[in-house]
Unconditional design. Structure first.
Length: 157
């Protein structure tokens, strides 16, 4: 009994992304091994708990590592996104990018800034840092003064 997790159409889409080496895997076992990887991540089970119908667990795990290192899963995801975009079935409302996930210097984003603008930006950053330091010093001075006055009030009572 085989636990098929992929339809034939899904397998036809996935199969071209999987590299077949000179000495293996045999194409008839390739699908079982891929479905073993799917089983592992769907079930959250350990590799050693994998049902025998997917093949020996060390073989499936080794195949997973080869595919991971070769970038098969990234290429498969990119292919799925490209196919969905061609079919007009992409839903970008599910994409969420905010400052907790994206941290890049402006050079990393390809932004080109003239020397004059860059100088003005650096000057503004310096001014902002100085203002922050002055504000912190003022708060510290105010906190110490408040603590001294409350200590003086407590000792005079």
């Amino acid at each position: 009994m085989t636990r098929r997790q992929l339809t034939h159409a899904q397998w036809k889409f996935i199969e071209p992304y999987l590299p077949i080496g000179r000495y293996g895997p045999y194409p008839e076992r390739l699908r079982e091994q891929f479905e073993g990887v799917i089983w592992r991540f769907r079930s959250s089970g350990q590799w050693r708990e994998m049902p025998a119908e997917f093949g020996p667990w060390p073989t499936v795990y080794g195949r997973f590592r080869i595919w991971r290192d070769a970038g098969v899963f990234s290429a498969l995801l990119e292919g799925m996104v490209a196919g969905a975009a061609r079919a007009g079935r992409t839903d970008l409302s599910l994409v969420s990018v905010d400052s907790t996930t994206v941290r890049a210097h402006h050079d990393a984003a390809g932004m080109r800034v003239g020397k004059g603008l860059m100088g003005a930006l650096e000057e503004a950053a310096r001014e902002q840092e100085e203002a922050r330091k002055k504000g912190a010093a003022r708060r510290n001075r105010t906190d110490r003064t408040s603590a001294d006055e409350s200590g003086a009030d407590a000792s005079s009572a």
